[in-house]
Structures are given as structure tokens and as C-alpha cells.
Ligand binder design. Sequence first.
Ligand code: ATP
Length: 501
Amino acid sequence: MSGLTSMDVLVSLSKRRGFVFQSSEIYGGTGSVWDYGPLGVELKNNIKRVWWRDFVQARADMVGIDASILMHPMVWKASGHLDHFTDPMVDCRECKHRFRADHVDTLPWTHYCPATKGNKFTIPAGEPCGHCGQRRTLCPECGKGELTAPRQFNLMFKTFMGPVEEDAAVTYLRPETAQAMFVNFDNVLQSMRLRLPFGIAQAGRSFRNEITPGNFIFRTREFEQMEIEFFVNPNDRVDGRPADEYWHDRWIEDCMAWFKRYGLAAENLRLREHERDELAHYAKRTVDIEYKFPIGWSELMGIANRTDFDLKQHAKWSGKSLTYFDDERKEHVVPFVVEPAAGVDRALLAFMADAYREEEVRGEKRVLLKLHPELAPLKVAVLPLLKKRDDIVRTAHTIRADLARHWRVVYDDTAAIGRLYRRQDEVGTPYCVTVDVQTVGDRERGEAGDSRVTIRDRDSMEQMRVPIAELGAVFRELLDGAPWSRVSGRYPAPTAKASGP
Ligand code: ATP
């Protein structure tokens, strides 16, 4: 099996190997809230780091901010979230289960079939009962209760600023990071002396009181986003097209290329154009990048042309001008904005799902996370072949400490070498370094060591013997993207099979 796998396999691997844990598990867990463990936090940080490096650091037309989660409540009035950020919700009168009205027909449903003396069946979503032909009318969960009429439910978490719980103190946890970029538009423009087109990026937490969260970290109530607001002059033309349309297409291409570059297979990615009737009222055009998650094709990120809606709304509600002075035309304009908005947690889920492999190696199962080396939580594992030999252990610790100045590197001696390799394969560590007797020599036999260690490549399982003094340079090359074959061509393979595959 290669590539995409079931969600259960990922959930279990995540827990077993320290990627993602259920929040507050010892108290029975909190609904659809997850904690990232020691390897999960590394993977997540790596995703945010390469996103920031590629889309902010490397570009002359981008800057970043890090805004507060709590904002002035008027922000949410102006943005439309207070009035429109709602989902239609229905409740079961019997079991009190709550559903998104537009999701009810996409769920399998429980049915007590009158044609089979009331036997209970679970029927696939949208299908009628094979015995009595009835379609679902009652609660899909318990199969007994009537559903209420749909009610609008606001997805923002409400809280109070300060010690008094009164209406005047009400504020909200931000449901998206985007609004801080609009509210700070003029601060950023003036302080950085920017010229259109330019973008403001931010990665941070958002909160939505989702009615039906679930599917592991795909839809949660607290999550992280990586968002960009890219401002363009609507009067400009690029390649004979309006600038906003040109840049919208450029961002769609760039984001798609970014996901492929870090490992998502092209056949698991597709674009989905929003139909006219599903477009948000402010959007001129929206395109989602969808990924074939274990739950099926679903949104990984959205790229919207939001026109000048947001800046105009905030100018109207704050009374402050949010315009840009166009030097050439000698006029003030309200920029249009293109918004590439991605979820960190969904990206992490996609990268894990795509990287997951089960292979057979010499009759044994090998589980492999074929993560891009830049994303892999651990870059190198240093493993002593014999943990009873002090000199081997000492050398391994020194190598780890040396490499750890540059990368996340671990030492492990808690099992035999074959087992240690399997463990690193399963968490996606691209390289292992093994220190053996040949490295340090054998004083009792009067044999000198060769001061070389074995580097093993995760994907090909090939090995090469590299002088300890050259490890830093070799890993710099490999982790910078050099193919294994290019580097391994310069070094011998181990002679004695010091270590298993
Ligand atoms: P959906 O239709 O799945 O609810 P959305 O269209 O409301 O998502 P946006 O507001 O466009 O999402 O947010 C941008 C990105 O943030 C999404 O593409 C997704 O990756 C991420 N995201 C949104 N809501 C959640 C959530 N509840 N849990 C995890 N990630 C989320």
C-alpha cells in the first residue's frame, strides 16, 4: 500500500508516536480539540516555517505580522462575522444530537425498518432502505427523533474582556486571522513604505464553534491558519488583464506548486471553482485547493478575490481612510485583495496522509512516513550499534550534540538496530547515523577505529560510510535537497553488514 491511508491508521500512528493526542485525555477528552505532541509540534512548526520562508522571506513584495487573537468587537461587525458567520443547525428532539442542516443528508442514517419487524439498520448516506424503500426523515444518529427546523448559529466564540460579564465587555475569539491584516493595512503601508502590489501574511490560531467538528484534525474548534492578504491596484493591468484577476491566478498556481513541492502527489490535488450561488457576497471569484483526504475530496485551502469589500467596510465602521495613493494617476484608490488562506492542521493531515506507506521488506512490514526532509520532525537519528560499549555510546552522543546545533537530531539506544531503523522510518526521519565497532576500533584487539559512521537513507535503505568530520557538510547538502545518489557516489558502502536494512 502506498500513499493515502485510512484516518484510523493516522490517528493511531499519531498517538503512538507522539504526533497528536486527544486534548485532556485523562479527563475523558475534550470534543474535537487536539494537542500536538513532541513530533507533531516539530512537523507543524516546519510547515509554518517553510510557508513563511517561501511566501514571506523569499519575496520582495511580502511582509508579515503577528496580531492579537482578541480584537475590538467592532471588527466583527464591520467584517460581517457578527451578522453572517453562521451555519444552519438542526437538533434531534429525542437524543438532542446537533447537526449542520446542510450535512444531514451526507451522513449514514439509523433506521428501524417496519418491513423487518423494526430491525435496526445503518444505511449509507442519501440512500433509501433496501427493505421498505423509505428515505430518512428522522434523526440520522438515533433514528427515532424528529429534527427541529433549521436555526442560524453563529460560529464565533464569545467571551468577556475584563472582570465584568456585561454586554459592553463582550468580545470574540477571532474566527480567522485575516481581519488583522485589513485593520493594520495603513500601519503596515506607512511603516514599511510599501508600493502596490504587496501582501501581508500571518500564521496563527483561529477559533470556530463548529456544529459538527470531527474527522480528527480536519475540522476542529481551535486551529491554526496561514493567511495572506495580497493587495493590488484595481486600476492596474498585468499582461493585458485586470491586476486582481492576474494575481488571483498567480496565487492559485503558486499555492498548488507549494503543496506539490513539499510532497503532495499531483493526483491527490485538484482545484474547485466556487459556483456563482455559493460565492460569498464580497467575492468576485473563489477557488479551493482540494485534497483527497482519507475522508474524500475536501478543502485544503481557499484562494478568494475579495475585491475592496474588507477595506471599505473597515473604513466605513472605523471612520478612518484605508486607501492607497496612486502616484502615477494622482488619486487615492481602495486596493483589491486576493486572499490565499490555508489551514495548518489540514496541511499537516494531508502531508501525513500522502507520506504514509506500508511496504514489505524481506518478509517484514515496514511502515514509512515519506515526509519531505524539510518537513520531517526529526532530521537525523544517531544510533549506537552496541550500547554496552562506552566508547561507541560516547561517540554517538558527541555526534548528536554536534549535529543538533543545526537540526533536530535524536539519540536512541532503546532497542536493537533493526527495530531502531523501523521506528525512525515510521516517523519520517530521513537519515540515521550508526556508530559501530569499526568507528571507534577495538583496543583489546589492538585495532584502530576508522572514525567513520554509517549513514542510512530512509527511502532507499541504502547506506554509506562517512568520516565523522564530514557529517555536517554531508547533511547540509542532503537536507538542502541534494539527491542521495549524488552524495553517496562519493563515499563507500559499508563493508561488513554492520547494521540491518
Ligand atoms: P470549511 O468549508 O471546510 O468549513 P472554510 O471555507 O470555512 O472551510 P476558510 O474560512 O476559507 O474555511 O478558512 C481557510 C482555511 O482554514 C480552510 O481552507 C481550512 O484549511 C482551515 N480551516 C477552516 N476551518 C477549519 C476548522 N474548523 N478546522 C481546521 N481547519 C479549518
